[in-house]
Design a protein around this ligand. Structure first.
Ligand SMILES: [Zn+2]
Ligand SMILES: [Zn+2]
Length: 192
C-alpha cells in the first residue's frame, strides 16, 4: 500500500470538497437563478422547483397526493460535473505533481450525492432517522430560507461559501430582522 499516494489523494478529497461549496454556490447563483448562461437549468430550478416548493412549511414539503417530482437534477448531471472537472484536476496534478485527481473526482461525486439526497429529504420527508436531528434540521431550515430569499443561502447542505461570500442568512437573524421591522412599523403607526 502506498501511503504517500493515499495521503495525497485524501488531502485532495478534503480540499476539493471545500471547493465544492464554492462551485455549488456559483452554479446555483448563475445557472439556477439566472437565465444568462443556460436557460434550461434556470427554468427547471427557479421557474419550476422554486414555484413548486416554497417557504411556508406546507409548501416547502411534499404533500399527500402530490407527485414526488421536480426535486433532483437530471441523472446525467453527475456525469457532466465529472467530465467538467476531470481535465481541470488532471491539469492541477500535472502542473504541481500533487497526486490529487482521484481524490478530487471522489469529492465531486460525494458532494453531489449528499447534495441530491439531502435536498430530496428536505422536500420529501419520510421519517428517516436523521430527519429530526442536527445538522439536518439546521440545513433544512437554511434551505427553506433560500426558497424565500433566492439569492441567499445558495448552498444546500454545506454553507461554507455562503458564509465566506456574505449570502448566509440564519433563521435567528431573520427573526431578529422581522422583530425590528414589526416594532418600527408599530412605532410609526403609534406616531401617526
Ligand atoms: Zn429546494
Ligand atoms: Zn435555488
Amino acid at each position: 500500500m502506498n501511503w504517500n499516494f493515499l495521503g495525497q489523494e485524501a488531502l485532495a478529497f478534503v480540499f476539493y470538497f471545500l471547493y465544492g461549496s464554492f462551485f455549488e454556490w456559483a452554479f446555483h447563483r448563475y445557472l439556477f437563478h439566472s437565465p444568462r448562461f443556460v436557460k434550461s437549468t434556470f427554468r427547471a430550478h427557479q421557474l419550476v422547483h422554486h414555484q413548486r416548493y416554497k417557504y411556508e412549511p406546507t409548501s416547502y414539503e411534499w404533500q399527500e397526493g402530490q407527485e414526488k417530482d421536480h426535486v433532483a437534477m437530471n441523472w446525467f448531471a453527475l456525469v457532466l460535473f465529472l467530465a467538467f472537472h476531470a481535465p481541470l484536476f488532471w491539469t492541477v496534478q500535472a502542473l504541481t505533481g500533487w497526486q490529487s485527481m482521484w481524490g478530487g473526482l471522489a469529492a465531486v461525486t460525494t458532494y453531489y450525492a449528499v447534495y441530491e439526497y439531502f435536498h430530496y429529504c428536505m422536500h420529501i420527508p419520510g421519517n428517516r432517522w436523521f430527519e429530526n436531528r442536527w445538522p439536518f434540521t439546521f440545513v433544512k431550515e437554511h434551505h427553506r430560507i433560500h426558497h424565500k430569499y433566492m439569492l441567499k443561502n445558495l448552498n444546500v447542505f454545506f454553507p461554507l461559501a455562503d458564509v465566506c461570500l456574505g449570502t448566509f442568512v440564519s433563521a435567528s437573524s431573520l427573526q431578529k430582522t422581522r422583530a425590528t421591522v414589526e416594532s418600527s412599523l408599530k412605532e410609526s403607526h403609534i406616531a401617526s
